[in-house]
Design a protein around this ligand. Structure first.
Ligand code: 2AM
Ligand code: CA
Length: 266
C-alpha cells in the first residue's frame, strides 16, 4: 500500500487484528437468534471485545494519545492534539440481525484535523483507507468519487431518524423532499460504510442528521482524499461530538444542500 504514515499502518493493523474475533462473533449470531432473549447482550459484549483489541493495539504504540471511542468514552482527555476516534462496530443493528453490512472505523486526528483513517468491513474484506495528501484506497486500488453531475440522476444514501430522535417529522420531510428530486435513495444502516461508498463512487452522496463523531471521523478523510466534499450543517457548539453531515462527490453538493435548506413539504 502507498499510504505510509505510522498512524495509518497502526490503524489498519489494529483493524485486521480485531476483525478476527469480530468475524467469529458474527458467526455466532445465527445460533443466538433462536434464543428467546435475543442476541442483544452478546452484541454489546462483541462491541466491547472488539474495542478492547483496538485500544490495546493503539495504546501499545502511543500510550499518551487521546481516544474517543463509542463504548469506552474519552481516554487521556488532556491530549487533544493527538486523538484516535474509534467506532468498534458501526452498523450494530445490521450485525445484530446477521446482515454483513457493518465496519470497524478508526480516524486519527491531529491538532483538530483528521489526518488519516480506515473503515474495514471484515465480512466483505473491504478496507477503505486514506491519509492526507496521499489519496484514498479500497484494498490495493485507488478510489475516486463518481462523476455524476446532476442531482436528478444521483443515487443517494441516508440513515433516516434514530429510534430516539425528537425530530423524526423533520427528517422524514427532508427525505420526501430529496427523494422527489433524485434518481433513488438507499438506506444501508452503517454511516461509516455509507460515506466509504460515496468515496468509491457506489453512491453519489450521503446526508444524515444526529450522528456521532466516531461514526464518520474516518469517512471524512477517505471521502476528501477520493475527491469528494464533506461539510456539516446546523452545528451545535455545545455538542461538538454530534454531527449533521452532507457528503457528496462534490459535483452535486450545492444542489443537495439547496434541497436540504428548502422549506420542506408541510
Ligand atoms: P452504530 O451502529 O455504531 O450505532 C444507522 O443509521 C447509523 O447511525 C449507524 O452508523 C449507527 O451507528 C448510527 N447511530 C448512531 N447512534 C444511533 C442510535 N442511537 N440509533 C441508531 N443508529 C445510530
Ligand atoms: Ca456508529
Amino acid at each position: 500500500m502507498r499510504l505510509e504514515s505510522p498512524q495509518i499502518n497502526l490503524i489498519t493493523r489494529a483493524c485486521m487484528k480485531a476483525s478476527r474475533s469480530l468475524i467469529r462473533d458474527f458467526g455466532e449470531i445465527e445460533n443466538l437468534q433462536v434464543l428467546e432473549k435475543g442476541p442483544g447482550d452478546f452484541v454489546s459484549s462483541a462491541d466491547k471485545r472488539t474495542e478492547k483489541i483496538l485500544i490495546d493495539e493503539l495504546q501499545k504504540a502511543h500510550p499518551d494519545y487521546g481516544i474517543i471511542s463509542e463504548e469506552a468514552g474519552i481516554i487521556n482527555k488532556s491530549n487533544i492534539n493527538n486523538r484516535w476516534i474509534i467506532d468498534p462496530i458501526d452498523g450494530t443493528m445490521n450485525f445484530l440481525n446477521g446482515v454483513p453490512q457493518f465496519a470497524i472505523s478508526i480516524g486519527y486526528e491531529e491538532d483538530g484535523e483528521i489526518k488519516c483513517g480506515a473503515i474495514f468491513n471484515p465480512i466483505m474484506n473491504e478496507m477503505f483507507c486514506a491519509e492526507k495528501g496521499n489519496g484514498a484506497y479500497l484494498n490495493n486500488s485507488r478510489i475516486r468519487v463518481s462523476n455524476k453531475k446532476k442531482i436528478k440522476d444521483s443515487l443517494l444514501v441516508t440513515g433516516g431518524p434514530k429510534g430516539v430522535s425528537k425530530i423524526k417529522d423533520k427528517i422524514y420531510s427532508e427525505y420526501i423532499n430529496i427523494s422527489n428530486n433524485v434518481s433513488n435513495v438507499r438506506k444501508f444502516g452503517s454511516a461509516a460504510l455509507d460515506i466509504a461508498y460515496v468515496a468509491c463512487g457506489r453512491f453519489d452522496g450521503y446526508w444524515q442528521r444526529e450522528l456521532n463523531y466516531w461514526d464518520i471521523a474516518a469517512g471524512i478523510i477517505i471521502l476528501k482524499e477520493a475527491g469528494g466534499f464533506v461539510d456539516f450543517f446546523e452545528e451545535d457548539t455545545n455538542l461538538p461530538l454530534k454531527k449533521n453531515i452532507l457528503a457528496t462527490n462534490s459535483n452535486i453538493h450545492e444542489e443537495l444542500r439547496g434541497l436540504l435548506n428548502k422549506k420542506n413539504i408541510e
